[in-house]
Design a protein around this ligand. Structure first.
Ligand code: ZN
Length: 289
């Protein structure tokens, strides 16, 4: 099942088009794309029980927005691939390195993103897990049952802010407006050949910047859900950015940053593609997508 936010309304995507959930359920489920995760089991049971989906209507991909536009919690994992830890000059962690992206940074799969003036803005393709059931003390073996699905993400990072001062400011440098693109839709776990080994990457134009598989993650999605839920409560609709593979601009010689005019294309197997154009920031205006 492919679940989307189409112009702010919860929708199911099929090969042919989109089905508006509120209309198809005669109001049984509301239009809010963030609210459905509170009733995720009920929602998946409703979809499974439909004799057939109502006729889909054509849509423009440009109208897709963040699958979960207003998550209550956003977790992000640092140094979760060996090669990325090495390019960062740091040892592979023995337990997950966790920070947050403040939810106001979340944006959709297409559009413009403003580069802050004087900043060094970097790309980080990531697989993003969306929580589908409240999780507290969940065993690794039961963790996928608490995940509604997966989507693509970019953990865009302004490195000057992130690395300034005596202690790193990961959460600040990664939470500027538009710095949390997600999409183009949420894909349920059953749609993947192997949800623990998904190809992902990003490029500028034809130049590939990152190419990897999530099978190379140090801590898999189930291990992350188990580790996080051992300490705190994961809520339906929460996002977990699972970490980026090698190839970020920070780890290059010379270092390289996103520039105005770049089109950043982000691809995750089975999920699809996001496209963002980086633009110059203007005073008083943040991301325009
Ligand atoms: Zn990251």
């Amino acid at each position: 099942m492919r679940v989307a936010n189409l112009k702010g309304r919860l929708a199911l995507l099929t090969g042919d088009g989109a089905v508006d959930v509120e209309h198809a359920s005669s109001g049984g489920f509301g239009p809010d794309p963030s609210a459905v995760y509170e009733r995720w089991d009920e929602f998946t049971a409703w979809v499974a029980g439909l004799p057939r989906l109502p006729a889909p209507e054509p849509y423009s991909p440009a109208d897709l927005r963040a699958p979960v536009p207003a998550p209550r919690q956003v977790f992000a994992i640092g140094l979760n691939y060996h090669a990325h830890a090495a390019e960062s000059g740091l040892p592979a962690p023995e337990r997950p390195v966790v920070f947050t992206k403040f939810p106001t940074c979340i944006t959709g799969p297409y559009g413009d993103i403003a580069l802050p003036e004087g900043g060094h803005t970097d790309w980080e393709v990531e697989l993003v897990a969306v929580i589908g059931r409240t999780a507290r003390h969940v065993a690794e073996a039961d963790a996928w049952d608490h995940v509604a699905g997966l989507t693509a993400g970019q953990d865009l990072s302004e490195r000057r802010t992130q690395l300034a001062g005596p202690a790193p400011q990961f959460s600040l440098g990664k939470s500027l407006p538009g710095f949390g693109p997600t999409g183009p839709c949420l894909v349920t776990v059953d749609e993947f050949d192997d949800p623990d080994d998904v190809a992902l990457g990003c490029r500028i134009g034809a130049e590939h910047l990152q190419r990897a598989r999530t099978g190379d993650m140090i801590f898999s999605v189930p291990r992350l859900v188990a580790a996080l839920s051992a300490l705190l409560t994961l809520l339906p609709g929460d996002l977990v950015f699972t970490g980026t593979p090698a190839g970020v601009g920070l780890g290059r010689t010379p270092q390289r940053w996103l520039a105005p005019g770049d089109e950043l294309v982000t691809q995750v197997e089975t999920i699809g593609e996001m496209r963002h154009r980086l633009v110059t920031a203007h005073a008083g205006r943040g991301a325009v997508s």
